[in-house]
Ligand binder design. Structure first.
Ligand SMILES: [Zn+2]
Length: 288
């Protein structure tokens, strides 16, 4: 399985990243500049493991962490520095915001997992044009990054939230790209839906032991299936053309779909209210 490279997916993903992220910034007002002097800083922590080293080298070659940091610095005020980068994490195949380090860590094992999932779903992936395959994986990595960025901003800027932070981070991961990048050129949400769908498909609650199910249900995250429908609903409710495609991909139900515009409008208001003061740039869209 490891020799499968999805037509050079990893290299492709880091090379094919659309260089349109980030928007021109407005001049920071002096008080904000003083209060929010934090900057995002990129890092790559190399690994002695050849497989993980390969991932880090590919990410480094494409300046992926630098571009993630640049997007943050262009668009967001931070009270303290935030590190953004890639490293091997051992058994954990994920991405996370680590509060003590003030770092968004994209684990190389997570990139490997993405490749594995893409390999398993060859039928779907191989139907896509070659360029689309790379964009799919690239968009997923950015989508996951935006989720972690929400955690980072919440903690560093002390954003008041109620309810589950994981759900707020999911909301941010949909709302931010819709409002700060050109989603007609760079798809972020649909790839995330695809990835969660693949993970959900391979997990069976029925085959879990009682203890496994207890741990699974006690987790802070909403169930993968719920996250898929939420993302699809918000994207669809935003009224963007790509949202229609995402709803189709997620098989959003006809019961929920008509309510999504209202859901998105609430989300939009909430995001602007909670995060608005930390944006250096104006959202691309007006309030719905
Ligand atoms: Zn999270």
């Amino acid at each position: 399985m490891r020799n499968f490279r999805l037509c050079g997916a990893l290299t492709g993903l880091v090379l094919a990243i659309v260089a349109t992220l980030g928007q021109p910034s407005r001049a920071a007002i002096p008080t904000a500049a003083a209060e929010y002097a934090g900057r995002a800083l990129s890092f790559y922590n190399d690994s002695a493991d050849p497989e993980q080293h390969q991932v880090i080298a590919a990410a480094q070659k494409s300046h992926l962490a630098e571009r993630m940091a640049a997007l943050v610095n262009t668009n967001l005020y931070l009270r303290a520095n935030l590190e953004v980068g890639f490293e091997a994490c051992g058994k954990r195949a994920n991405a996370s915001f680590q509060g003590k380090r003030r770092a968004i860590v994209m684990c190389t094992e997570f990139i490997n997992l993405v490749e594995t999932v893409a390999h398993r779903d060859q039928d779907f992936m191989m139907r896509l044009p070659k360029e689309q395959r790379s964009k799919m994986i690239d968009g997923l990595i950015w989508g996951v990054f935006f989720h972690e960025l929400a955690h980072a901003v919440i903690h560093i800027d002390n954003v008041p939230i109620t309810g589950r932070e994981e759900d707020v981070a999911d909301q941010f991961s949909a709302w931010f790209p819709i409002n700060f990048i050109d989603t007609s050129r760079k798809s972020v949400i649909a790839p995330t839906i695809w990835f969660w769908s693949q993970l959900a498909m391979r997990r069976s609650l029925n085959s879990m032991s009682v203890e496994q199910r207890r741990r699974f249900m006690a987790d802070e995250h909403s169930l993968d299936e719920q996250r898929i429908y939420n993302l699809a609903c918000w994207y669809y409710g935003s009224g963007s053309e790509e949202g229609v495609e995402a709803a189709r991909l997620a098989k959003l139900t006809s019961e929920r779909a008509p309510r999504c515009a209202i859901e998105y409008a609430q989300l939009d208001q909430g995001m602007r209210s909670a995060f608005g003061k930390f944006f250096k740039t104006k959202p691309l869209r007006a309030t719905r």
